[in-house]
Ligand binder design. Sequence first.
Ligand code: V1D
Ligand code: CA
Length: 501
Amino acid sequence: MTSKRKVAYFYDPDIGNYYYGPGHPMKPHRIRMTHSLILHYGLHNMMDLFIPAPAEAEDLVQFHDSDYIAFLRTVNPDNQDHFVKQMKKFNVGEDCPVFNGLFKYCQSYTGGSVGGAVKLNHGNADLVINWSGGLHHAKKAEASGFCYVNDIVLAILELLKYHRRVLYVDIDVHHGDGVEEAFLTTDRVLTCSFHKFGDSFFPGTGDVVNVGHGPGKMYALNAPLESGITDEAYKRLFQPVMRKAVEVFQPEAIVFQSGADSLAGDRIGLLNLSIVGHAECVKFMQTFNLPMLVLGGGGYKINNVARCWAYETGAILGVQMADQLPDNEYRDYYGPSFRLVVPPNGDMQNENTGTYLDALCKRLLHNLSQMGSPNSVPFHERPPDYPLPDSPTQGPGDPHRVHRLWDGQHHGGDKDDRDLPAGVLRRESGGRARVDISGQEGDGEPRHPSAASAGPTPVQSMLRSPSSGVPNGVDKSALPAGTGLPPQGNAPPGPTPPPPI
Ligand code: V1D
Ligand code: CA
């Protein structure tokens, strides 16, 4: 049943060239490795492939501060010494370094996520995958945890133009703090994060008692975990909580952050999930048959990240994949097993006791029961879409808009007799945009891009007054009418105390 859904996949052939620097755990090369497996398993034949259109500064300021975006656009490794004060202010440094092409990187991964949301909004896809997205820590005016621009917040804002309620699910080992914070006071987004919590584990937020504020109270759900959780234990918590979340919140779209640092053996994460257990989560969310955006996130053992996201692409498409990895240009990364599925660590202790997980599950189900039922207030007005090429908002003075297609450029590929969605360019077969499965030559080490970011162009602030009722950087004008004031849900008159944990 799930395999009949129309799946769109965003991939930028340049993404693997961005390089955070020596010793940094975040390696965009893992996205290229994932893509290579997807191609060599033949999964690309079952999806519509798109190159993301870069998100422009004016799009990024729908969430972020304009001076922060202007800084990201301007700073580069050669001039960063002139930006010492701003780097401190915007938390750019060790975790979030300045590297060549930084702004283009942000434009690319964000373009995939927002372009994916546009596709879902227009019914041009039922499910969209962007493995380069999912950078859940970025704040309104601050980089954090390897994340600069929060593509997830921007994609959810886009989905909210067409969908009353969006469910956000985050299985990265870290708390999805940037997304939670952005929507902390609205009842139109339910954020749910499962994460390792305690022992100063980054970012240190996401305790079970943090449930949201004001109209958004009970619309933030946090599942703090101890180290070593297994597939079986995770499933026992994840499935009932997500089933209940969908039942009471009645989302019209789902955004799923599939961070692969929750896998066993990750260089930073401390959980013990297998690829099969990880994929069970995305498959479970797919059973609700709602428009769904599937994003990447963390993941620092890059061969396992590529295995995991390729396996999940197959799972989404309903394909049973051979365990023997197909030959591919990154073969050397996958030895000695050369298998798709790697077992979890049998020696690792699951520090989450049955008693703890039962109490946590009960507490989360209780929190969800406090949400009240959503009402069905219709949309009165819808904010404009991102402009399409023939949009009247594209003046001659706006060169960025001329060739801009928000839902990406078609990769070409083998589907020569496919009906193309309206407004999507098709490139010539064998043309520049055709997928090159040969990958990069040489030793497989990421190349350092030389692309310099654009010059210092000030970004016009599109943010309205902060008294909008949707704080934390979310521009109320970007949300459909009624957001934030008053809440949509029919919350019960008074909360009942939660069960102990
Ligand atoms: F080990 C490192 C080497 C070089 C640079 C950074 C790191 C590193 C490892 N872990 N940085 C971290 C985490 N940072 C700290 C800092 C210490 N300071 C007080 C904070 O503990 C950040 C971990 C980020 C995880 C990102 C993510 O996996 O959640 C993610 N999701 O989507 C994209 C990334
Ligand atoms: Ca998480």
